[in-house]
Design a protein around this ligand. Structure first.
Ligand SMILES: [Ca+2]
Length: 321
């Protein structure tokens, strides 16, 4: 009978066990690497506050590999500076930041002081349309494009190279209003209305839904998620680089209760149960309404979410040390 010591001292067995251990570690590390979802976030960060909360969640999501962040709509250069700083504060300057197509500014850009503080400013930024197309070509069928603003860049990419756009894995988009418009979640439901991201580039929204790329849509129906005072105080007292960035941006935004529309896109990718989707045929009309039609579905749409489950998830991730 072999004793335990005998077993451990037999060199051939030790070498074999070590090889097996190393192999299994390599396999699991490789698997984890491959399993991470490659995302590009296309954002109009700097106006409303929810984009910053979405980027914060993405940075705290081990499920995701952030291939890049592109800015869109209005002052895209200033938005890129804001992203540069936020990524720098979070120790993620390795993430490329691309500048989208500049359009006439329709908003006041309340978070400008943070953006123009100059901290962690990258010396150069690629153009968003080139950057996104390039990343799709390098990773065909693997990139999830997360759009959390008007679809200016998306429309331009489809115009430039619709075949490459089709090689996206999918688009996960905050936008639209199916059965419910803007309104207090505690009040009676308001009728659907044109939603900001669709309204500000209706032509591009039409192109997206006709593109043939799988679209996962998080409309007003499921994204009017109010971060109340208790949640804010809990989040803001954590003192991490990311929560400190949110504190500053929140104060520059200057309102009271943030509605976390955009973070639901990231939460959905991390855990699809947070916003269950159903197939739907979506038509965008000239006024920017997203109408539910009949025929072959062109989108997976989340109409209902559980606000409490969302915030448990969100705070559990972003408030974590
Ligand atoms: Ca946004």
């Amino acid at each position: 009978m072999h004793s335990k010591v005998d077993f451990l001292l037999r060199p051939a067995l030790i070498v074999k066990a070590a090889r097996l251990l190393i192999l299994s570690l390599l396999v699991s590390a490789g698997f984890a690497q491959n399993a991470r979802e490659k995302i590009i976030i296309d954002t109009d960060i700097g106006d409303d506050i929810d984009d910053a909360f979405a980027v914060a969640l993405a940075l705290r999501s081990p499920e995701l590999q952030i291939v890049g962040i592109s800015t869109e709509f209005g002052e895209t250069e200033t938005r890129a500076k804001l992203v540069d700083r936020m990524l720098g504060e979070a120790g993620r300057q390795d993430i490329p930041v691309a500048i989208g197509i500049h359009t006439d500014a329709k908003t006041s850009f309340g978070q400008r002081p943070y953006a123009e503080g100059g901290h962690f400013a990258k010396t150069s930024h690629p153009a968003a349309v080139d950057f996104i197309l390039d990343q799709i070509r390098k990773n065909p069928g693997e990139i999830t494009l997360v759009t959390i603003g008007p679809l200016v860049n998306v429309g331009a990419i489809i115009d430039r190279d619709p075949q490459t756009f089709k090689k996206l894995k999918r688009v996960v988009s905050m936008g639209g209003s199916i059965d419910r418009g803007y309104g207090d979640p505690y009040g009676p439901p308001t009728p659907p209305q044109p939603e900001w991201n669709i309204l500000n580039d209706v032509a591009s929204a039409k192109k997206l839904f006709a593109s043939g790329v799988p679209v996962y849509l998080m409309p007003l129906d499921s994204t009017q998620l109010k971060l109340d005072e208790v949640g804010r105080e809990y989040l803001f007292r954590q003192g991490t680089p990311i929560t400190d960035a949110l504190v500053i941006l929140y104060h520059q935004w200057g309102q009271q209760t943030p509605t976390l529309y955009d973070p639901m896109t990231i939460a959905f990718i991390d855990d699809p149960k947070l916003c269950p989707v159903q197939p739907m045929k979506i038509t965008v009309d000239d006024k920017g309404m997203t109408l539910r039609g009949t025929g072959t579905p062109n989108a997976q749409v989340c109409l209902h979410s559980d606000s409490e489950a969302f915030f448990q998830f969100y705070l559990g991730r972003v408030a974590r040390k």
